[in-house]
Write a protein that binds this ligand. Structure first.
Ligand code: ADP
Ligand code: MG
Length: 264
């Protein structure tokens, strides 16, 4: 059994603003953003479009630097991008179009100097985990949107990162494919026990996936408004009474927030 630390990923009093022309102090997108994740946790960050979710992910990925506060992963400050953090975006164009699925997945291990036989074995294993065995020789252009997202997930897992940072990865898929991939992600998470930070604006997606849901304020100067543990047993059923109750509770919280913001 793995030792878990309660403070695996920590954001403390994080602030951020995109530089704006003619302004010495950029307008705050995030202010006082606090978060602590446990190793192995599946955390969903939920909030309306434009509130700052992707900005949070880019800070965690090290693509952006906070204007205030601290970010640490596994006790180490986050200072720029690193192989310990794997990012999966919504778009399916981050795969290498000229490489077969297996070579896309084996790319990270190849860069890390893993010998061919070994890295191909690893790639096959992860393609199998995402139910793409038999598709190893296909190029991204020959795959559906859902299959491409599966290759992306296999590809980042092959790098054995400490955490997966996922930004609405199923947002561009049709409803049926999205539902399937949500169930598969829970399955993959159960098998790998990877720590997952998952962004969504879809309440049902968050309720289906999360150990805990962090609901963001609307912004500007957004932060986490509340963290809600989801105690529903897995596998979760979308139509179950507990699921509906949780959905209603979170929806009420968000509507309440929207009402408060419009008054101020
Ligand atoms: N590169 C950028 N430059 C300036 N403003 C940005 C940039 N990216 C996002 N923003 C602004 O920051 C806010 C938060 O955006 P974002 O983090 O993308 O929100 P979300 O992912 O929740 O939709 C929005 O007001 C958006 O317009
Ligand atoms: Mg976004």
């Amino acid at each position: 059994m793995r030792l878990t630390s309660p403070d695996f990923l920590v954001a403390r009093d994080v602030g951020f603003g995109y530089p704006a022309k003619g302004r010495a102090t950029p307008p705050a997108v995030l202010a006082g953003f606090d978060l602590a994740m446990t190793e192995g946790e599946l955390f969903c960050l939920l909030g309306p479009s434009g509130c700052g979710k992707t900005t949070v992910l880019n800070l965690l990925a090290g693509f952006l630097t906070p204007t205030g506060g601290t970010l640490t992963l596994d006790g180490r400050p986050i200072a720029g991008p690193g192989v310990d953090r794997a990012v999966v975006f919504q778009s399916d164009d981050s795969l290498f179009g000229w490489l077969r699925s297996i070579d896309n997945v084996a790319f990270g291990p190849r860069m890390a100097g893993v010998p061919r036989d070994r890295r191909n074995a690893v790639a096959r294993e992860y393609l199998k985990l995402v139910h793409l065995d038999g598709q190893e020789d296909k190029y991204p252009g020959e795959l559906s949107g859902g299959m491409k997202q599966r290759v992306q997930i296999a590809r980042v897992l092959a790098n054995d990162p400490k955490i997966l940072l996922m930004d609405e990865p199923f947002g561009a898929l049709d409803a049926q494919t999205r539902t399937r991939l949500q169930d598969e992600l829970v399955d993959i998470w159960g098998k790998t026990r990877k720590t997952i930070f998952f962004i969504t604006h879809d309440i049902a997606e968050a309720v289906l996936l999360a150990d805990r849901i962090g609901v963001m304020t609307q912004g500007p100067a957004a932060r986490l408004r509340e963290i809600i543990p989801v105690t529903l047993a897995r596998p979760r059923r979308r139509g179950s009474p507990g699921f509906g109750e949780m959905w209603e509770r979170i929806n009420a919280l968000i509507e309440d927030d929207a009402a408060t913001e419009s008054l101020t």
